[in-house]
Design a protein around this ligand. Structure first.
Ligand SMILES: NC(=O)c1ccc[n+]([C@@H]2O[C@H](COP(=O)([O-])OP(=O)(O)OC[C@H]3O[C@@H](n4cnc5c(N)ncnc54)[C@H](OP(=O)(O)O)[C@@H]3O)[C@@H](O)[C@H]2O)c1
Length: 259
């Protein structure tokens, strides 16, 4: 597949997996539209990748926890005559626990970022891909969406929903030349855990449970091309995934969680 003159839009592209998606897609020849909140970091990333890979790259600052953001983003790229051929819904945070005290607004903003913005961006960008007979959508989910555990009741359920959406979307638009995948990384070295105040947890875990962003992204991009609707990245997590789907493992986890 020639990626010449095709454009990839990547959310959460200033750090971690998103920045690596931008890098690897630029290396494949895709022009880039990079999205995140921090305008300075976006512009720096876009400029560096444009110079290194000779592609066109630009940043659009947007807060995807704002319900108006997906439409504004779509309108902005339309206004510039850019066709988005590859959509990477990657932006994400650990988020507040469902049962935390406090205003519902923070929870609503979390669900907007983690689920509704993804649905909205698919709603806006996928039909033009169908009409052109080519498109790629990679939704970054997580192994946390593959098994229910007692805990925050927030992050895992949003990722389970991203997986369900991706699988159904893949079945719906595959015949139109649009491939859709939910990528399920396990623990990955990015800024995610530091931002979430989870460095003690991270430092207490063995190294072999952690993958680097380069591997996760490389495997994810290959999985889309191979038409994998749901893909666990990293050999360890590919081994664990079928176990996570077993009723016996789920029963064991529910007992160990005290149910
Ligand atoms: N790291 C892991 O172990 C791991 C494992 C499984 C799944 N994941 C998933 O992988 C995805 C990427 O995470 P990461 O690990 O690469 O995290 P990261 O290094 O913290 O990067 C997160 C990116 O999302 C952007 N972002 C955060 N909130 C945003 C908002 N409201 N609007 C727009 N952009 C926003 C951030 O930029 P700004 O702050 O500039 O907005 C940043 O570019 C997430 O969906 C995460 O759930 C991560």
């Amino acid at each position: 597949m020639s990626a010449e003159k095709r454009t990839a839009l990547i959310t959460g592209a200033t750090a971690g997996l998103g920045k690596e998606f931008a890098r690897q897609l630029a290396a494949q020849g895709y022009n880039l539209v990079l999205v995140a909140r921090s305008e300075g970091a976006l512009n720096d990333t876009a400029q560096a990748l444009a110079t290194e890979f000779g592609v066109q790259a630009r940043g659009i600052a947007a807060d995807l926890s704002d319900p108006a953001a997906p439409r504004a983003l779509f309108d902005a790229v339309q206004a510039e005559g850019i066709q988005v051929d590859y959509l990477v819904n990657n932006a994400g945070i650990a988020g507040p626990n469902l049962l935390d005290e406090g205003d519902w607004g923070e929870q609503a903003a979390f669900y907007q970022l983690m689920m509704i913005s993804i649905a909205d961006l698919c709603h806006l960008f996928v039909p033009p891909m169908q009409a052109r007979g080519f498109g790629r959508v990679l939704n970054v989910a997580s192994m946390a969406g593959r098994i229910a555990r007692g805990g925050g009741c927030n992050y895992g359920p949003t990722k389970a929903w991203v997986i369900a959406l991706s699988e159904e979307l893949a079945n719906t638009v595959g015949k139109d030349g649009v491939k859709v995948s939910a990528l399920c990384p396990g623990f990955t070295h990015t800024e995610f855990h530091e931002r979430a105040g989870l460095m003690d947890m991270k430092n207490s875990m063995p190294n072999w449970m952690w993958y680097d962003a380069e591997t996760v992204v490389r495997e994810g991009l290959a999985a889309v091309e191979r038409g994998k609707a749901v893909y666990a990245s990293g050999r360890l997590y590919r081994l664990l995934d079928p176990l996570f789907q077993s009723v016996w493992t789920r029963r064991l986890f529910s007992v160990s969680d005290g149910r």
